[in-house]
Write a protein that binds this ligand. Structure first.
Ligand SMILES: [Fe+2]
Length: 430
C-alpha cells in the first residue's frame, strides 16, 4: 500500500530504551503478519481474485523486501541478500528501485514457495534484530519505523484481500470458524447530530511521533458551521435506501457513479446476497444473516454519496472529519480485537465509532496539503505520486492495527472500490 516520510523522532528516552522499544515494536508487528496468515492453506496464500488485491504470500514477502531494500541494504554493511533476485520480484511500485513483475500477475509466483518466503522473513528478521541493537542514525530508525507502519498497512490489505479471495469461491469458505460466543449487538441509538462552530482550524499532523508525509504540512482551513452524525449508517438504514429504489434512481448518483452501477449491475453492497427473500452477507466467518444493527460496509464512494443524497445530507469533508475526530479517543473495533468485522454502535455518546469498524468515505479528493513536498529518494514514491483520482477515507477499520491510526491519518482509494472495510457517516450544514 501507499504512504511516506517521517516526522523526526525527538524522544528524550535513553538510546537503549529507544532500541528496546523499536525492537519490540518490530518483532510484534512481524509476528502479527504471520498470525493473520495462520488460518490459511498454502493454496489460500496464492489467491489474487482481483487486480487490486495481492496474494497473502506476496504480502509476506513484499513487507520483508521493504526492510531488506530500504534498511538493511543501506545500513548493514555485513548483510548479503539471500535471494538477490527478490529485489525486483517483490518490488511493488518503486521506479527508483527498478523493474518488477506486473501487479496483476502476482498470483503466478508459485516460486519461491511459501516455505521459502517464511525462511526469507526469518533471515531478514535476524539481520534486522541485530541491526536495531546498534547505534543507528536517526534516518535509519525513521526508515525502520516507516517499514513497521508499511507492514501494518499490508496487514489490513491481507485481511481484505483474503476475504475477497475466499468469497470469490462459490463455496464461500470462511477464513475462520464462527465464534460461538458472538458478542451481542444491540440496536444502536437513533441517529443524532453533533454541531461544530465555524472557525479557522489547524489541519494535519504535528507532534513527535510517527506520521506519514501526506498528513502534513499542518496548515489552517476555514470551516463553515457543520454537523456530523453521531454514528455510522447501519445495514437497516442502507436497506431502506435500497427498498426506496436507491440503485434505480439516477438523480441520486454522480454521473460516474451511475455508469458504474449500471456497468456492474450493482444492486447492493459487495458481499450481500439474497437467499429465500432474506439478505445475507459474506464475513470473515463465512455467509451470515445480515445483522441490521451493524454499520453498512463494503460500499463505494459512489454508493456513500448516493445514500447521503437520498438521506438529505452529504458526506463530511476530510477537514470536518478531522476536527470532529480530535474530540474522540482513539478507541474502537480494531484489528487487535480480532473481530475483523464491523460492530453495531453502542452507547449514546455524542460521537461514536469515529475510529475502527469501517473507513469513512469523505467528500475530499486526495490532494497534497499546501507546501507538501515528496521526500528525496525511493520513499518519496510512497504517497505523493498517488495524489490523483482518489478520495480520502478516515478513521481506520476493524482490520487496522490500533497503533497505526491517528485523527490526521489519510487513507485513499478510487471511488469505485468496495473490497476494503468502507462505510458511511453523514454530515450536514448547521
Ligand atoms: Fe507496500
Amino acid at each position: 500500500m501507499q504512504q511516506a516520510a517521517l516526522a523526526p523522532e525527538k524522544s528524550l528516552a535513553p538510546l537503549s530504551d529507544q532500541r528496546e522499544f523499536l525492537l519490540r515494536h518490530y518483532l510484534t508487528v512481524r509476528e502479527t503478519s504471520l498470525r493473520l496468515c495462520a488460518p490459511l492453506s498454502v493454496e489460500d496464500h496464492a489467491l489474487q481474485p482481483i487486480s487490486d488485491a495481492s496474494p497473502a504470500k506476496w504480502h509476506l514477502a513484499h513487507t520483508t523486501w521493504f526492510f531488506e531494500t530500504f534498511v538493511l541494504s543501506q545500513y548493514d554493511k555485513q548483510y548479503r541478500p539471500p535471494h538477490p533476485a527478490f529485489r525486483n520480484l517483490f518490488n511493488s511500485y518503486y521506479n527508483t528501485v527498478g523493474d518488477r513483475p506486473l501487479r496483476t500477475l502476482r498470483h503466478i509466483l508459485s516460486r519461491p514457495s511459501l516455505d521459502e518466503v517464511h525462511a526469507y522473513r526469518s533471515a531478514v528478521d535476524e539481520a534486522m534484530a541485530g541491526l536495531i541493537q546498534h547505534d543507528l542514525p536517526p534516518a535509519a530508525r525513521d526508515l525502520i519505523t516507516l517499514g513497521i507502519n508499511h507492514e501494518q498497512q499490508h496487514q489490513e490489505l491481507t485481511v481484505t484481500d483474503v476475504k475477497n479471495g475466499l468469497w470469490a469461491n462459490p463455496l464461500r469458505p470462511p477464513y475462520r470458524i464462527a465464534t460461538e460466543n458472538a458478542i451481542a449487538q444491540p440496536k444502536p441509538a437513533g441517529l443524532g447530530w453533533r454541531s461544530f462552530p465555524e472557525g479557522v482550524y489547524p489541519i494535519g499532523y504535528e507532534g513527535d511521533g510517527f506520521a506519514f508525509d501526506n498528513e502534513g504540512p499542518r496548515h489552517k482551513v476555514y470551516l463553515d458551521p457543520f454537523r456530523l452524525a453521531s454514528r455510522l449508517i447501519t445495514n437497516a438504514e442502507y436497506l431502506d435506501f435500497m427498498r426506496d429504489g436507491g440503485y434505480a434512481t439516477p438523480t441520486l448518483w454522480l454521473s460516474d457513479g451511475w455508469d458504474t452501477v449500471r456497468n456492474n449491475q450493482w444492486t447492493a453492497p459487495l458481499y450481500w446476497e439474497q437467499r429465500d427473500g432474506e439478505w445475507w452477507n459474506y464475513t470473515i466467518e463465512g455467509m451470515q444473516p445480515l445483522n441490521l444493527n451493524e454499520p453498512v460496509c463494503h460500499v463505494s464512494y459512489y454508493e456513500a454519496d448516493a445514500f447521503a443524497h437520498w438521506a438529505g445530507a452529504r458526506l463530511a469533508t476530510e477537514f470536518e472529519w478531522e476536527i470532529a475526530a480530535e474530540t474522540s479517543a482513539i478507541a474502537g473495533n480494531f484489528l487487535d480485537l480480532g473481530a475483523l468485522h464491523p460492530r453495531a454502535a453502542y452507547g449514546d455518546g455524542p460521537l461514536t465509532q469515529m475510529f475502527g469498524d469501517v473507513w469513512e468515505w469523505t467528500a475530499s479528493a486526495y490532494t497534497p496539503y499546501p507546501g507538501f513536498k515528496t521526500a528525496a529518494g525511493a520513499v518519496g514514491e510512497y504517497n505523493g505520486k498517488f495524489m490523483c483520482n482518489q478520495m480520502v477515507l478516515r478513521g481506520g477499520s476493524c482490520a487496522t492495527p490500533r497503533s497505526h491510526i491517528r485523527a490526521t491519518y489519510r487513507n485513499f482509494f478510487p471511488p469505485h472500490v468496495r473490497w476494503q472495510f468502507m462505510g458511511i457517516r453523514l454530515a450536514n450544514g448547521d
